[in-house]
Design a protein around this ligand. Structure first.
Ligand code: ADP
Ligand code: MG
Length: 341
């Protein structure tokens, strides 16, 4: 049988370029050579596209005509995290070129990337989530956007007044479009809240402020198009106060526990919610859905959905499926099978 030509696109113009390279390395290593011819394509931080001729030695050639290169492939696997990769832009590009690609389509990718819009969809689906407020930066001021999308322009001082009337500390302040915890801070008081809003606004005009949940952080992987399956549940135990960039990628003290030590009924509840969330955003292919279990109440809160989760050998997504008997290479086969335009 003729081998399928698989393009693996990685790097990208986001804050997660490096993380994507690590993920792609694992994907490329684990793709079954007897089934696929692999074409690694690197996008630099400034958006140049390269054909990678030797991944270990990092040898690459600038691509002159990307459309031509992409059109010569059977399936593209965008192993990109964050903006211009996980947000629907590359998906739109591939769709326009009629090239089948792995994972979520344009809509699900854009919703999943934008934390404000993810919240709107989850709310509509009736999935429990933490109380939150949505702001937009406008020059030196901020626009407070209420639940009905009414807007009010305010100074930082006045906007924080509204926030502390509505939400309890600790709070999490996030750029709406972010990933790998970049630009996210935890605030325990008014001063930290103000600083955190200024920090988040460096990454995105849209800012999400959430009430913090005290409890455990658990994750569930899903796979499928129409018939969606879920993995077992994994728990992350952050070495830091929260799962920051450093805790995720640098601090060896952060741990993942697979399967999470939770009851069977809690596990089932989370698996069902993960599939529901995936369907609610119109997901396809894969996603990792992240939750909190509140310490005092055992209540489950959805945190977010990652439409292109980390894909290194030790990443949660492949490990969760490995645990239920789907090894990494087979998982890649299934994702490629599920790929469509
Ligand atoms: N509402 C919250 N309550 C408690 N911890 C939170 C909350 N929101 C975020 N966190 C912490 O911050 C981390 C990063 O937030 P998250 O929304 O998952 O952003 P990212 O998309 O960058 O992963 C989470 O893994 C968690 O440790
Ligand atoms: Mg997260």
């Amino acid at each position: 049988m003729e081998k399928l030509k698989i393009g693996v696109i990685f790097g990208g113009m986001s804050t997660e370029n490096e993380v994507s390279c690590v993920s792609a390395n694992s994907v490329i290593k684990n793709l079954d050579r007897s089934k696929y011819d692999i074409y690694p394509i690197y996008i630099s931080k400034i958006g140049e596209w390269f054909k990678v001729t030797n991944i270990i030695e990092n040898k690459k050639i600038l691509i002159d005509n990307i459309v031509e290169v992409l059109k010569s492939l059977d399936v593209v696997f965008p192993v990109l995290h964050g903006l211009y990769g996980e947000d629907g832009t590359i998906q739109g590009f591939l769709k326009l070129l009629k090239i089948p690609y792995v994972g979520c389509g344009v809509l699900a990718s854009s919703i999943g990337m934008d934390k404000v819009y993810t919240k709107i969809v989850f709310e509509k689906a009736g999935i429990n989530q933490t109380k939150h407020i949505y702001l937009r930066k406008k020059n030196d001021n901020y626009i407070y956007v209420d639940e009905k999308f009414n807007e009010k322009v305010l100074e930082l001082h006045d906007i924080t007044k509204i926030i502390i009337e509505k939400l309890k500390f600790p709070m999490f302040i996030k750029p709406s479009n972010s990933g790998s915890s970049v630009g996210i801070s935890k605030a325990n008081n008014l001063e930290e809240l103000q600083k955190a809003i200024i920090e988040a606004s460096k990454y995105d005009k849209k800012i999400l402020i959430e009430e913090g949940i005290i409890g455990r952080e658990v994750e569930c992987a899903v796979l499928g198009n129409e018939n969606v399956i879920s993995s077992c549940i994994g728990e992350v135990k952050s070495a830091d106060e929260f799962y920051s960039y450093d805790a995720k990628y640098n601090n060896q003290e952060s741990k993942t526990i697979i399967p999470a030590e939770i009851s069977e009924s809690k596990s089932k509840e989370i698996q069902e919610l993960a599939i529901k969330a995936f369907k609610a955003i119109d997901g396809k292919g894969l996603s990792r859905v992240d939750f909190f279990i509140e310490k005092d109440t055992e209540k489950v809160y959805i945190n977010e959905i990652n439409t292109l989760p980390g894909f290194t050998n030790i990443s949660m997504y492949p490990k969760l499926f490995e645990q239920i008997g789907i090894p990494y290479s087979l998982l890649l086969d299934k994702l490629i099978e599920l790929a469509s335009v």
